[in-house]
Design a binder for this molecule. Structure first.
Ligand code: HEM
Length: 395
């Protein structure tokens, strides 16, 4: 890391965080907690000019080749600064044609393009790739609810990644291999952990604090000319690897492939590679449906089938939790209580809330193999396989 990059990092970890925290306390005291207009203007100006000072020096220095990790980290810092300017309404994509943060945009575009990632902070900057110093990771604020939200998101992301790793390892040996059943069990246990962390978020996160003081840092903003959607916990490959290897979502379904295409640059390059690889594989569900024609009564099939179905159920359960608990309590409900003038700012990805909710419901139902015929749910295939588990056969 260059000296300028280090100084900027230190500022992000100290003054930047203190100013954001102070502003959040001022907003939160108001009757209309979503209002930021005319509140703490001196603090906002200090934040904007403080960050600009570091960024102008970094821009003049050029994208010196300090290796992927340093450059990615710097991109995270520039992105956090731009996201905070957006949160405090110093920038607002719908009233601009290009970002007024010229130096920050130039630096972010330069680094993002050279690394092959989106030119803004991504979820991995705050979760799996966020370096802690003396026990404290980088955060926007020192609010307890931000720490809780990010720490449990990180744990859930890591658990999904563990499940995906186990499933990917089955590919070269095939689903009928005697070891596959153990890998399926590893995947199931990892998904049970995802459910555990989701439950902690549901039980412990304060919805008013999250909605008003944490979530606003994840809004879309412009970098240069273009607007980039907000970061969300889903920007890693593991969950989609699980979707596709289990056969619940398919890369040739335009709804799903659009989602994948849109998220590629929000992921680390290593995740991009993994996802590309899995997109061209055949699913275990399809393998099992083919094998059922000849091997339904064989020992291997009768051992693997319940293990596979248990993984599918565990995955479906985490998706149902995400939608029916987390999105419902922390996004949908507070949105209905929010003053109408702020509503269009609610989602991180930008589309109106009802459009976003429909799309998330679709994902939930695909993962849960729910009985729906308007989307390519595999519920008939899952039911057909379930009926083949010995002891449950009706033929
Ligand atoms: C996407 C809400 C926690 C995984 C989303 C979206 C929302 C949301 C609203 C849609 C994108 C957007 O914001 O525009 C929440 C809330 C959470 C939470 C309120 C907790 C308070 C988590 C956790 C995970 C997760 C712990 C696990 C890693 C995902 C995934 C997506 C997503 C994978 C992308 C869409 C998909 O593939 O389902 N989330 N989320 N979320 N979230 Fe969460």
């Amino acid at each position: 890391m260059t000296q300028h990059a280090q100084a900027f990092d230190q500022w992000i970890r100290t003054d930047f965080k203190a100013i954001n925290t102070e502003l959040e306390q001022l907003y939160f005291q108001q009757q209309d907690k979503a209002n930021v207009e005319g509140v703490g203007d001196d603090l906002k100006a200090r934040m904007e000019s403080g960050g600009r000072g570091f960024i102008e020096k970094l821009l003049a220095e050029g994208n010196t080749d300090e290796g992927f990790d340093s450059n990615f980290d710097l991109l995270g810092n520039v992105g956090m600064y731009m996201a905070a300017c957006r949160r405090h309404d110093l920038t607002e994509p719908s009233r601009e044609r290009k970002s007024p943060l010229k130096a920050a945009s130039a630096l972010a575009l330069h680094i993002g393009a050279s690394l092959g990632v989106t030119p803004r902070f991504a979820t991995s900057h705050l979760t799996t790739h966020c370096l802690a110093k003396a026990g404290v990771p980088k955060r926007f604020t020192s609010l307890d609810d931000e720490a809780l939200f990010i720490d449990y998101n990180t744990l859930a992301v890591l658990a999904y990644k563990r499940a995906a790793d186990a499933l990917v390892r089955i590919l070269p040996m095939g689903i009928s291999h005697p070891v596959a059943i153990h890998l399926l069990e590893d995947a199931r246990q990892a998904l049970v952990d995802v459910a555990k962390w989701n439950q902690v978020l549901f039980d412990k996160l304060d919805s008013e604090r999250f909605f008003n003081s944490v979530r606003p840092y994840y809004k879309p903003f412009r970098v240069g000319q273009h607007e980039y959607r907000g970061a969300n916990a889903g920007d890693f490959a593991g969950i989609n690897e699980i979707d596709m290897l289990l056969g619940l979502c398919q890369a040739n379904n335009p709804f799903y492939s659009q989602l994948l295409v849109d998220k590629f640059l929000y992921m680390m390059p290593e995740d991009q590679r993994r996802l590309r690889d899995v997109m061209r594989r055949r699913s275990f569900l399809d393998d099992l449906l083919s094998a059922a024609k000849t091997d339904a009564d064989s020992d291997w099939f009768q051992r693997v089938l319940p293990a596979f179905l248990a993984v599918q159920q565990a995955h479906g359960h985490t998706a149902i939790q995400h939608h029916d608990q987390l999105v419902s309590r922390f996004i949908a409900k507070p949105s209905t209580e929010m003053a109408a003038q702020h509503l269009k700012q609610v989602t991180a990805s930008g589309p109106p809330l009802e459009v976003l909710m429909r799309s998330l419901q679709g994902l939930r139902d695909l993962r849960a193999a729910a009985p729906r015929d308007d989307i390519p749910s595999r519920y008939r295939d899952i039911n057909a396989l379930s009926a083949l588990v010995k002891g449950q056969r009706h033929d």
